[in-house]
Design a protein around this ligand. Structure first.
Ligand code: SF4
Ligand code: SF4
Length: 231
């Protein structure tokens, strides 16, 4: 009973993470473009990346976030960001408020390793409580506004993914979650998989990470609705 009265007194059903708790504990972060003292140093840092996410141009090492798998090999040198706005920064303006009231999301596992799905499974739990934003998971594409894809899209899943996309009513949007769905990640393109969801369906927004943390995924879903990520 004491928890019940405590909840009533607090008057808060679901709370966001404290701002100071965001770094490290909730998000592994992502590298960002960094300037080094010499071109040779920049080239050495870029060469550390196993996925080609880092590219050296003169003294600056740029980052393609969709390719980053958070292996941390560059972390000691590259500048790092810890916010959870991992989808493209202009997404909120780009998508406007067309889906602002309530959306249904169909999740398709197109060959994910299990970790991206684990992060998605947390979204509807009490900690993240996705429903408070009016975002719901649906088992059928016919009711879905957003197709959320994880995995690099194996050859076997390319067809079913296209069928699911075609079955959705318009307007519809596609969100690729994780490095695999965003760019093929560490698996594709290969004999077994494509180079990400965009090879099969038109992708509107990507959330990098391997896997991305739940707050980054929620932020991307809200961006698709033309709304800011949760504070
Ligand atoms: S964390 Fe790993 S995958 Fe990501 S940019 Fe750095 S070296 Fe590349
Ligand atoms: S992005 Fe990483 S965590 Fe997600 S499915 Fe690919 S390998 Fe697994």
């Amino acid at each position: 009973m004491s928890w019940f009265w405590r909840g009533l007194r607090a008057g808060v059903l679901t709370e966001g993470p404290a701002p100071e708790a965001l770094p490290e504990s909730l998000s592994p972060g992502l590298p960002r473009a960094t300037e080094f003292s010499t071109p040779a140093q920049a080239a050495e840092i870029a060469a550390r990346c196993p996925t080609g996410a880092l590219e050296a141009q003169d003294r600056v090492v740029g980052v393609q976030p969709d390719r980053c798998v958070d292996c941390m090999r560059c972390k000691s040198a590259q500048e790092w960001r810890h916010d959870v706005r991992w989808a493209h920064p202009d997404a909120v303006e780009r998508f406007g408020s067309r889906f602002k009231h309530s959306i249904h999301v169909r999740i398709i596992d197109a060959g994910d390793c299990g970790s991206c799905l684990n992060e998605l499974a947390q979204l509807t739990g009490p900690s993240y409580n996705l429903h408070r934003f009016g975002i719901f998971i649906t088992p059928t594409p016919r009711q879905a506004d957003v197709l959320l894809v994880v995995g690099p899209v194996t050859r076997q899943m390319a067809g079913p993914l296209k069928v699911a996309y075609e079955a959705m009513p318009s307007p519809k949007r596609v969100l690729a979650v994780g490095a695999c769905a965003a760019s093929g990640g560490i698996f594709g393109p290969s004999v077994m998989s494509a180079g990400g969801a965009a090879d099969a369906v038109p992708v509107d927004l990507t959330v990098p990470g391997c896997p991305p943390p739940p707050l980054a995924i929620i932020g991307a879903l809200r961006a698709l609705c033309g709304q800011e990520p949760p504070a």
